[in-house]
Design a protein around this ligand. Structure first.
Ligand code: GDP
Length: 289
């Protein structure tokens, strides 16, 4: 996981300055305060940072190993991705524009194709012609298929068509992209709820998963976005992108802990290989010095 290590190097370097090695018992009160501050600065969040330090102090051995164990213990139990035994696996992808939603869908479609699965992508973000074009490029490159309508078309209609076609033609995976203007936009939230409802109408078990893409460099904004979308979209998992651009990789732990949601993928760069399946052990080992 050297790519992940590279991607998280800024976060790790920042934490290295705050977390002295050595045994838990040998650290002074002041050093523990520094560690807690370091975790807060890495965007673990004040509440989680306090809890992590509290847990780590009770453990034996080296401070970094103790922190690592306490981080792992604070993450929710993660169930496997809810893929159905038969029929298409329907994945709804939500999130605010600019977080990397389009490229992330392209990358996920490519991954499924590489596993030999047929993939249909629905472009229900009908307000951004440029984003649809960009998505089309990814979809074609992946060898997947796409459902699209004219600019400004009803997103729910696109979602409905996508699911109907996905079921009729027995695709393995159906991914529905959605619009993400501003999370405070009431109209957008109503629209998202409608897209979800229509998907369930077209195929009663769907969506099987709802993944929200968030930009890992945006701190409290990311927290608010998850809070907002969770109610309306019924978010079941997170994808945290752009962790390479900031020293704030702790946001991944904060979001997962705070909302009890699994992180499914993390993004540490723009290429296909930079989106990787989240593994708590590897992530935390890459985050800590
Ligand atoms: P959307 O508006 O949410 O659909 O965002 P896009 O998919 O268009 O992505 C916006 C920009 O972020 C693009 O230039 C992507 O290449 C870039 N991007 C996406 N994920 C990552 C990441 O993990 N790291 C970095 N550095 N850039 C990313």
């Amino acid at each position: 996981f050297s790519r992940l290590k590279n991607g998280l190097s800024r976060s790790r370097d920042a934490l290295a300055q705050m977390v002295p090695g050595g045994s838990v018992d040998a650290l002074s009160e002041e050093e523990w305060i520094d560690i807690e501050d370091g975790l807060i600065m890495a965007d673990c969040g004040a509440e989680l940072s306090g809890a992590l330090v509290h847990k780590a102090r009770k453990r034996r051995g080296g401070s970094i190993a103790a922190l690592k164990e306490s981080m792992i213990s604070m993450l929710p139990e993660v169930a496997p991705v809810n893929e159905p035994a038969g029929g298409p696996f329907v994945l709804l992808v939500v999130g605010v524009n600019g977080t990397g939603k389009t490229t992330t869908i392209g990358k996920i479609a490519t991954m499924f194709r590489q596993q030999g699965k047929s993939v249909l992508v629905g472009a229900a973000d009908t307000f951004r012609a440029a984003a649809v074009e960009q998505l089309a490029v990814w979809v074609e490159r992946a060898g997947a298929d796409m459902v699209r309508q004219h600019e400004g078309a009803d997103p729910a209609a696109v979602a409905f068509d996508t699911i109907k076609r996905g079921v009729a033609r027995n695709y393995d995976v159906v991914i529905v992209d959605t619009a993400g203007r501003v999370q405070t936009d009431r109209g957008l939230m109503d629209e998202l709820a409608k897209v979800r409802r229509v998907i369930t109408k077209a195929y009663p078990e769907a969506p099987h998963e709802v993944w929200q893409v968030v930009d890992g460099g945006t701190g409290q904004n990311a927290v608010m976005q998850v809070e907002k979308f969770r109610e309306v979209a019924g978010t079941s998992g997170l994808i945290v992108t752009k962790l390479d651009g900031s020293g704030k990789g702790g946001i991944v732990l904060q979001l997962s802990h705070k909302f009890g949601l699994p992180v499914r993928y993390v993004g540490v760069g723009e290429t296909l290989e930079d989106l990787m399946e989240f593994n708590a052990e590897e992530f935390i080992s890459s985050l800590l010095p």
